[in-house]
Design a protein around this ligand. Structure first.
Ligand SMILES: Cc1ncc(COP(=O)(O)O)c(C=O)c1O
Length: 369
């Protein structure tokens, strides 16, 4: 099996799995319990949170552990909306992840005004346009750090300083950036990410909150790790997340370099294929290579690649004929390319043989009408 869908999720690292299993066995007590085992789990968790804070160069208080980036995205949008009911305007973009767009749409259905920041020809957010959209009643600006389809990395610092000067909250979904490139969370007001994109387990995510900012929690309940998210702390998942984060930081540069070489190898081969267009650009992280294979349809294409035991993705596995990738359209302004795009996502685990097999499969790909 050839797995080239690491942007969708990653296989758990064996040492992360080991930490997860061991912690589940050794620290099974409810960390909210006041008995001795509960206290031990609590103390253990505090150590884990301190380590996570250290890895991210933030404070423990900044960290709100939750189930996923989807939960983090929903929590911050809806939580701020509840806290500031008079602010009825949201600024985001058309190239956000579905979990962000879904939360924005839910608020729009309740009467919120939503504006979408345009992107330049390079796929970067147009900061002048963003500036022109800011309003007195803007609740927040939420813009993704790395687009999950094209891999384009946005200038977060510039966006953050623009929002700070305007005194408007800035949230960024950093799920595809975390662990892959250095991200300074301290420049942001809020950020979301997820462990399973960095060789950690599924079911654990993080909402970063600047310490002087607050919102109304979505999950109320008893006292827990953070007043912003009740429930029994997921001790083992948190420990596994910390280990995954640690590995992603330790190996960040070496993995980035290795993946960059893999990308160059792949792009060289793809460039020689007349039906292929490369959609990722100079701003894209090496982990994501977005291409269009002209005269193919991604819904059938994914099945075709599966028949060669190759797993990759398009905009979505169930992308209908009339659908297109808004992220690819944003950079190419070409509907044919946006309707025939595929995302190949690479890892330090990827081999040249796997890429050769992919290229061969693309060469043999049948034409669709
Ligand atoms: C940019 C981005 N945000 C959010 C998510 C959702 O993450 P999770 O699976 O943790 O809900 C993903 C994963 O698909 C993503 O790529």
């Amino acid at each position: 099996m050839i797995y080239l869908d690491y942007a969708a999720t990653t296989p758990i690292d064996p040492s992360v799995l080991n930490v997860w299993v061991r912690t589940e066995q050794e620290q099974f007590a409810n960390a909210n319990s006041s008995h001795i085992l509960g206290q031990r789990a609590w103390t253990f968790l505090q150590t884990q949170l301190s380590q996570m804070a250290e890895l991210l160069h933030v404070q423990k208080d900044n960290l709100i552990l939750c189930s996923s980036a989807t939960e983090a995205n929903n929590t911050i949008l809806k939580g701020l909306a509840l806290k500031y009911p008079h602010k009825k305007h949201i600024i985001t973009s058309m190239i956000e992840h579905a979990s962000l767009i879904g939360a924005v749409s839910a608020l729009e259905a309740q009467g919120y005004d939503v504006d979408f920041v345009e992107t330049t020809n390079d796929g970067l957010f147009d900061l002048n346009h963003l500036k022109s959209l800011l309003r007195e009643d803007t609740l927040l600006v939420s813009l993704i750090a790395v687009n999950s389809e094209t891999g384009i990395l946005q200038p977060l610092d510039a966006i953050a300083s623009l929002c700070r000067n305007a005194k408007i909250f800035f949230h960024s979904d950093v799920t595809q950036a975390m662990g892959k490139v250095p991200i300074d969370l301290n420049t942001l007001d809020f950020a979301s990410c997820s462990a399973h994109k960095i060789y950690g387990p599924k079911g654990i995510g993080l909402l970063y909150r600047r310490e002087d900012l607050s919102f109304i929690p979505l999950l109320h309940g008893g006292h827990s790790l953070s007043p912003y998210r009740s429930s029994t702390p997921q001790t083992a998942l948190i420990a596994a997340f910390v280990r995954a984060l640690e590995l992603s930081m330790i190996h960040q540069k070496e993995r980035f370099d290795k993946i960059s070489k893999l990308k160059t190898y792949l792009i060289d081969k793809l460039n020689a294929m007349p039906r292929v267009r490369i959609n990722s650009n100079a701003y894209s992280l090496p982990h994501i290579v977005n291409i269009s294979i002209l005269k193919t349809r991604p819904d059938k294409g994914i099945d075709y690649f599966s028949s060669y035991d190759i797993c990759l993705s398009s905009k979505s596995a169930c992308c209908g004929q009339d659908e297109y990738s808004a992220s690819v359209y944003a950079i190419t302004k070409d509907m044919e390319r946006a309707q025939s795009s595929y995302r190949i996502s690479l890892s330090h685990l990827t081999t040249l043989d796997e890429l050769d097999a992919l290229v061969e499969a693309i060469e043999r790909m049948p034409y669709e009408d």
